[in-house]
Each structure stands twice: as structure tokens, then as C-alpha cells.
Design a protein around this ligand. Structure first.
Ligand SMILES: Cc1cc2nc3c(=O)[nH]c(=O)nc-3n(C[C@H](O)[C@H](O)[C@H](O)COP(=O)(O)O)c2cc1C
Length: 353
């Protein structure tokens, strides 16, 4: 059944994410508990630092992904196109937001189309778990092919759905869908959370279903429970939304503990609250292969279009390269082997999970 509310809801989400307090200050990624150790004698030139990263037969110039955000309206179209252009120019990966609107209204496909201006980027399609179950494997593959994507992201957002009055309440059947999509799409398939994090147990089960790429999207950045709560008037649902605005696994804890259980062969994306290149470096040092960002790049695009988003990305890449040099690391693989100090509550999470 087509849902004409989907594009409207998407624009309301963009309004809230552009200006409101969608990152509760009391939430944290716990990346502040990670201290990379300074190397006073790096014996490297900045030009020696190599950020290039292979992914599905392509090579990113830096291990960065603009994680899926939007599509479905004219405003969303310009966000997608501006950020895809930045990804093309800077050699990064880029994901569109949920293609549910396009599945329900095929004429909205143009709001997700970026291949004409970003012919070489690693491009990810996106659909939610419930819509994936409704569409089935063939329907999901059609969404991916329709935008010329290299692979498909399946997003998990139970926390958001439960806060949304019109949201889903039934989350059964997820692993069967994941298994079917893994079998059909092979390695060109990833599963992501949306700001509440993947636990090691869920990550292990997803890997057992054949998933080769996981985006932990942990707590500490955009809270989708908070976004939905901001859409609600006062009342019991608003209160419960407030209560769960801090729900989730901090990004640093998710990366470190998921890497421990899935082993070295799963591609791991760290996202959720990464706000600069130093935080990206810490996430990579904890075991991520790629760092993902959504809100800061969306806000930069809203403030100043392509030019502002490009500046934001350049600052991230610069700080990341600097962190590698200052730890004496030529590349991310070397960064992982350097000593680091893990302090405070992150140590507790890592010890308990
Ligand atoms: C405006 C906006 C829209 C989003 N829409 C989607 C979506 O459609 N599908 C999805 O998988 N994630 C979506 N996300 C979640 C992000 O991909 C990411 O997992 C989450 O925001 C945490 O990253 P951040 O703290 O850097 O924003 C959205 C995020 C933002 C800011």
C-alpha cells in the first residue's frame, strides 16, 4: 500500500536534523576514552601517509563514507546530489537514504539519482528492514539497480520505529531476510544500524547469515529516537521518547567489541557521532575499516552547498592524515598496531560485552 506520508515525513526529518537538538548532549560515542599515543619521531613525510582504501573493487582516496540520509523530495534530491558530487571529487563512498519513497512512488526515483554526476563513486542503496521484508529480494535488488548502486544497505531502526506513532511494531523475520539478501547479493550487501549501535551478539549472527560488511552506527551522534520525539507533542509517547533518547551502544564500544567477535575479514564501518578526523582515526584504531558520517556533512551542505561540504570533508581528511603521521603510521593497518590508551567507561563496556 503506497504511503503518501513518506516524502512529507522525510522533509520534516530534514528540518529537524538541520536545526534542532538531535544529538542529546548527555550521549557519547566514548571516543573521548581513546587516546592515540604521540610519536615524537615519526620518520615519515605527510606525503607518505596513504589513506587509500579498497572496497568492492574500487579504491577510495580516504576511508570515509557519507552514510545514507535521504531521498524522496526535491530538497532531498539536492542533498543527495551535492554530497554525491563531493564524494566524487574527493574519492569517498556515498549512500542514499531509504528508498522506501521510491518503492512506493516510482516517479521519485529521480530524487535518488546521482550516477550522472558521480559516475565513479562507491554508491550504496538503502532500505529498512520492514520494507525489505515487504519488497523481498527481487524488489530490493531492483531498487539497487535502478540507481546504479554498487551495493545495498539494509538499515535497522527499531528504536526509531517504536518512538514514531505510525512506526513499525513487529520486528520478526529479520534474520531470514538478511540471509536471503546475503545469498542473493553476495558481498555487495551491508547491514547498518542508525544510531543505536550493533552489539557483538547481533553482529556475530549477521556474520553467520553471510553478511560481510557491517556499519555499527552507534550512540553518540544523531539520535533517531530524539528526532521522532521532537516531532511529537507532549504526552506519554513524548515522555518515553525522552527516556530512550540515550538508548544504545556507544560507537567506540560497538566498534571494539564487534571487531573482537567477527574477526579480521568482515569490513567494519564506524559511524554514529564521528565529528572530525581525529575521532575517525580513533575509530579506525579500534578496528574499523571505514569511518562514516551523516549529520555534519548534511549540515555543511545545508549551510553552504557543495563548497561548504567539501571544506568539511577536507578538514576530516586532513586531521585523519595528521593523526596517522603523529602516531607514526603510514596507513590504517599500521595505525591499528600502534599502542593506544583506553580509559574510563569504554573500558567497562569492553570488559562487559
Ligand atoms: C538527515 C538524516 C537522515 C537519515 N536517513 C537515513 C536513512 O534513510 N537510512 C539510513 O540507513 N540511515 C539514515 N540516517 C542515519 C545515518 O546514516 C547514520 O547512521 C546516523 O545518523 C548516525 O550518524 P551521525 O551521527 O554522523 O549522523 C539518517 C541521518 C540523517 C542525519
Amino acid at each position: 500500500m503506497p504511503d503518501s506520508a513518506t516524502p512529507l515525513r522525510k522533509d520534516a526529518h530534514l528540518d529537524l536534523c538541520a536545526a534542532d537538538d538531535v544529538q542529546p548532549a548527555s550521549n557519547s560515542t566514548l571516543l573521548e576514552c581513546v587516546h592515540l599515543v604521540h610519536c615524537a619521531m615519526p620518520e615519515l613525510s605527510l606525503a607518505d601517509v596513504d589513506l587509500s582504501t579498497p572496497w568492492w573493487g574500487k579504491t577510495l582516496k580516504a576511508p570515509l563514507l557519507v552514510t545514507g540520509m535521504t531521498g524522496g523530495s526535491d530538497r532531498a534530491r539536492s542533498v543527495n546530489r551535492d554530497l554525491a558530487l563531493v564524494a566524487e571529487r574527493r574519492g569517498l563512498a556515498f549512500g542514499v537514504g531509504s528508498q522506501r519513497a521510491m518503492a512506493e512512488h516510482p516517479e521519485l526515483a529521480r530524487t535518488f539519482a546521482v550516477r550522472d554526476i558521480a559516475p565513479t563513486i562507491l554508491l550504496l542503496g538503502n532500505i529498512g528492514l520492514r520494507q525489505g521484508i515487504t519488497l523481498g529480494v527481487d524488489g530490493v535488488r531492483r531498487l539497487m539497480d535502478a540507481i546504479g548502486a554498487d551495493g545495498m544497505a539494509l538499515h535497522l531502526n527499531a528504536g526509531q520505529e517504536l518512538t514514531q506513532p505510525e512506526g513499525d511494531r513487529d520486528f520478526r523475520g529479520g534474520y531470514s531476510l538478511v540471509q536471503a539478501l546475503s545469498a542473493a547479493l553476495g558481498e555487495r550487501f551491508l547491514v547498518k544500524e542508525t544510531g543505536c549501535g550493533l552489539s557483538p551478539d547481533v553482529a556475530r549472527r549477521l556474520a553467520d547469515c553471510g553478511v560481510r560488511t557491517l556499519d555499527v552506527s552507534g550512540l553518540g551522534g544523531t539520535s533517531w529516537v530524539r528526532v521522532e520525539q521532537l516531532r511529537l507533542k507532549d504526552g506519554p509517547a513524548h515522555e518515553v521518547g525522552e527516556l530512550f533518547s540515550g538508548w544504545g551502544i556507544p560507537t567506540a564500544a560497538a566498534v571494539a567489541t564487534v571487531r573482537r567477535v567477527v574477526g579480521p575479514h568482515i569490513r567494519l564501518i564506524a559511524s554514529g557521532g564521528l565529528r572530525n578526523g581525529l575521532e575517525a582515526a580513533k575509530a579506525l584504531a579500534l578496528g574499523a575499516d571505514i569511518a562514516g558520517m551523516a549529520l555534519p556533512l548534511f549540515r555543511a551542505q545545508q549551510a553552504g552547498g557543495v563548497a561548504a561540504a567539501e571544506l568539511a570533508v577536507d578538514a576530516v581528511v586532513r586531521a585523519l592524515a595528521q593523526a596517522l603521521l603523529l602516531t607514526g603510521s603510514r596507513n590504517v593497518a599500521e595505525l591499528r598496531t600502534q599502542p593506544k590508551v583506553v580509559a574510563g567507561p569504554l573500558k567497562d563496556w569492553m570488559g562487559s560485552l
